[in-house]
Design a protein around this ligand. Structure first.
Ligand SMILES: [Zn+2]
Length: 90
């Protein structure tokens, strides 16, 4: 679990954080205040997608390698969203 930016209690589940996106906000069950994830999540996803399509254009990989790359990119974005992008007060 991750810490709430208001009360610092461990009330935020990584799954919730992963699927929240930067637009939505959620209420902490402990202090009842709202939190969301930073706009950086958009940058992280955009950079990952751009790198992936850049890789496709430059390396011109086989379909199988492209599919593995796609899965790898999505896993990397998910991990970055949970562990790197900060939780912010709303
Ligand atoms: Zn809280």
């Amino acid at each position: 679990m991750l810490n709430c930016p208001h009360c610092n209690e461990r009330t935020i589940s990584p799954i919730k954080k992963l699927f929240l996106g930067p637009i939505f906000e959620h209420r902490c069950p402990s202090c009842r205040k709202h939190w969301g994830i930073s706009q950086w999540s958009v940058v992280v996803a955009a950079v990952a997608a751009a790198s992936y399509f850049g890789f496709l254009m430059v390396a011109n990989p086989s379909r199988q390698v492209a599919q593995i790359g796609m899965v790898g990119m999505m896993v990397a974005v998910a991990l970055a969203l949970v562990f790197v992008v900060p939780v912010v007060r709303k």
